[in-house]
Design a protein around this ligand. Structure first.
Ligand code: RRO
Length: 306
């Protein structure tokens, strides 16, 4: 049986297949649909300091090989999250990574302090500095290496749990932001969040998303995600969590070869909430077939032509 375990910072996961933020609620919504204990980890929807309604509809539209969302950070806020969700995590038998979003450094810090003040089996935090859909929703950090480093080091002082910075592809050079996160003390970076996109109904001559632009996800963005992961892998010394258009185990293996230590399945969950479980099985078969004893042997092993 191949060994699928992978480590990020001080934490070892039973396999490298996580479900992505925003595509699996708070981790507690699908118990009858999927055996969540078989995932490597669940990453929650982004949580902010106060509850948010999000953007007005329409806020999701299907596009060729993908979808565009502009949810606008709709969530229950950290207090309700700690009261109603966190206590239930003991039962579900899978590591939880809480995704945190804010508009200023103090907001991120306050959220982290509130969660750290209660006992929980949250194993780490994915810090969203890359939401494309709100005016002050972290993307200001995600495009600026100085702000990224300062935010990361403020958060690093507050927790010993995993600290993962979620990066945007909507930047000139993702390596500069990844490097800033690591200099600030991040254990890992996840790449990528969604890519700015737009969809137009030619008959109505109207934008199909209320906010005009949204975040493109799904198979359409896999080549962008792979390039970002590969660039970061070759420039920055930290484990990377690969995200973007992963639908099957071949996609997941491609991300590992590009340099990812783990991957997240996002848009594919909308079609099949158990997509991640098929990916775990497919990875096992790939390793057996190719006589790979440990999945981590694949990390960064893509052959290039240079
Ligand atoms: O809620 C959203 O609109 C959203 C978020 Br927070 C994010 O990080 N990425 C995305 O595509 N949508």
């Amino acid at each position: 049986m191949p060994d699928l375990t992978t480590s990020i910072g001080n934490t070892t996961f039973q396999n490298p297949v996580f479900v992505a933020s925003g595509t699996f609620g708070y981790g507690l919504e699908n118990p009858d649909l999927v055996d969540v204990s078989k995932f490597g980890a669940i990453v929650t929807k982004s949580i902010t300091r106060h509850p948010r309604e999000g953007n007005p509809p329409p806020r999701i539209v299907e596009t060729p090989s993908g979808m565009i969302n502009s949810i606008g950070l709709a969530n229950i806020g950290v207090e309700k999250y700690v009261r109603e969700m966190v206590p239930n995590y003991e039962k579900i038998g899978v590591p939880i990574i809480m995704n945190i979003a804010g508009s200023v450094e103090e907001e991120y810090c306050e959220i982290l302090d509130i969660v750290e003040s209660v006992s929980s089996n949250i194993v780490g935090y994915e810090i969203n500095i890359s939401c494309p859909n709100v005016k002050e929703g972290g993307i200001e950090f995600g495009v600026d290496p100085l702000l990224t480093e300062a935010l990361t080091s403020a958060l690093r002082k507050r927790t010993e749990k995993l600290l993962i910075l979620k990066l945007s592809p909507n930047v000139t050079d993702i390596r500069v932001i990844a490097n800033a996160a690591v200099n600030g003390g991040a254990d890992s970076v996840s790449a990528i969040n969604t890519v700015y996109g737009m969809s137009i109904d030619s008959m109505a001559r109207k934008s199909e998303i209320y906010t005009t632009y949204g975040g493109l996800s799904g198979p359409a963005i896999k080549p962008i995600g792979l390039a970002c992961v590969h660039k970061v892998f070759n420039a920055v010394d930290c484990p990377i969590i690969g995200i973007g258009g992963i639908t099957d185990s071949a996609d997941a293996i491609e991300y590992l070869l590009a340099g990812a230590s783990a991957i997240q399945v996002g848009t594919a969950n909308y079609r099949n909430p158990a997509a991640g479980l098929s990916i775990v099985e497919g990875m096992e078969s790939y390793c057996s077939k190719h006589k790979i004893s440990h999945i981590t042997d694949l990390i960064g092993k893509v052959k290039t032509h240079e």
